[in-house]
Design a protein around this ligand. Structure first.
Ligand SMILES: Cc1ncc(COP(=O)(O)O)c(C=O)c1O
Length: 359
């Protein structure tokens, strides 16, 4: 790999917007740092990777992404410790995933160094934007899309890959109740559920809006064929604790291979928690709830890390989870994971990737 000093050109902003930004008072995903990474794939060649001031993109109305949704993205974070050291968390997993997503949408591979060095250079350049409180972070959004100007339902010739960054405070969504969805599906076998295809998210909105009208925050997606098996919750993977066993669905072509999910499974297993990665029916969950054996449900994902769920609705039934389960797993696993992300605990797994090293 070429030295990123040569590879990625940097054009700095003349004046930072940071002094007029209040990092203690931000709505998730609404404020963006001074710079962005951008690179194009034109005529079969990746070219001109650079960092430029954050700005609007000029695109023709005929650009393929607007018509056929040929777009994939990633979501990850940079974490700052008390001394100003900054880390990424398992970025190679996101690199693998974006290229798996790209392959599914017939898009060329993003070169490893564009993705990894693009992230590092951008985070390094905009490091002052990263809030240092435990729980706050810099959310990173790589996005990759089709830019050929042609109305024809076939893969684009040309593409653009960008990375933008958004300071984020610790994620609080209030009390989360979820509804088991039995009509709509976010993914089907042979489809694109395992990819972070932009259109997957648009396809979730209607079901989620309907559930919100009924007082829920999110839906639990079930398998599209029978609606008997639980798969994901909103845009998170999902874990159930029945008695003392943690159960989560195996990843498949309908389930996103979550980096948080994989990390939590490892932490749980290494800390004496029984984990079963297996298919789980809604009936099994509801039977356990009725018998008082369902102790916890939580979602897992980069944005919220671990999000405890307080209640689950299924058909005409609504079940509230124990307010104080004995020895709760969710806060314990969340703290273990965050302590690694924020450099507060040793990292025996090598998950932290340093970007800025102060001491
Ligand atoms: C559908 C879906 N499931 C699960 C996840 C959690 O994945 P990760 O832990 O890598 O953020 C996400 C978020 O990226 C998602 O969009």
């Amino acid at each position: 790999m070429k030295d990123s000093g040569d590879l990625i050109k940097i054009q700095r902003v003349e004046k930072s917007r940071l002094p007029e930004t209040d990092l203690r008072n931000i709505k998730f995903g609404t404020i963006f740092t001074d710079h962005m990474f951008i690179a194009d794939y034109i005529d079969g060649q990746w070219q001109d990777p650079r960092i430029i001031p954050y700005q609007p993109l000029a695109m023709e109305p005929s650009a393929k992404v607007f018509h056929y949704g040929q777009a994939v993205f990633e979501g990850m974070k940079a974490y700052k410790d008390d001394r100003g050291n900054v880390f990424l968390f398992r970025p190679e997993k996101n690199l693998i995933r974006i290229n798996r997503s790209a392959e599914r949408l017939a898009m060329p591979r993003i070169p490893d160094e564009y993705f990894l060095e693009g992230l590092k250079k951008l985070v390094d350049l905009d490091q002052e934007w990263i809030p240092s409180e435990y729980g706050s972070s810099l959310y990173l959004r790589p996005v990759y899309f089709a830019i050929s100007n042609e109305i024809a339902a076939s893969p684009s010739q040309d593409y653009r890959f960008i990375i933008i960054a958004s300071p984020a405070q610790s994620y609080y969504t209030g009390e989360v109740k979820v509804k088991v969805e039995e009509h709509y599906s976010r993914a089907c076998s042979g489809g694109v559920g395992y990819a972070k295809a932009a259109g997957n998210y648009a396809a979730q909105f209607l079901a989620t809006e309907k559930a919100k009208k009924e007082g829920y925050k999110q839906v639990i997606w079930t398998d599209s064929k029978t609606h008997e098996f639980v798969e994901e919750a909103g845009t998170m993977n999902i874990f159930f604790r029945i008695d003392d066993t943690l159960i989560t669905a195996p990843t498949s072509d309908r389930i996103l291979h979550g980096v948080t999910r994989e990390s939590l499974i490892r932490l749980a297993e290494d800390n004496g928690i029984d984990v079963e990665v297996r298919r789980l029916t809604v009936d099994e969950v509801m039977d356990a709830a009725r018998d008082g054996r369902l102790q916890e449900i939580f979602g897992s994902g980069t944005a919220a890390t671990v999000l405890p769920i307080i209640g689950i609705g299924y058909r005409n039934e609504y079940y509230e989870l124990p307010k104080e389960p004995k020895n709760p797993y969710a806060p314990k696993l969340k703290k273990m994971l965050m302590d690694i992300q924020y450099n507060r605990a040793p990292d025996p797994y090598g998950w932290r990737v340093p970007v800025v090293t102060k001491s």
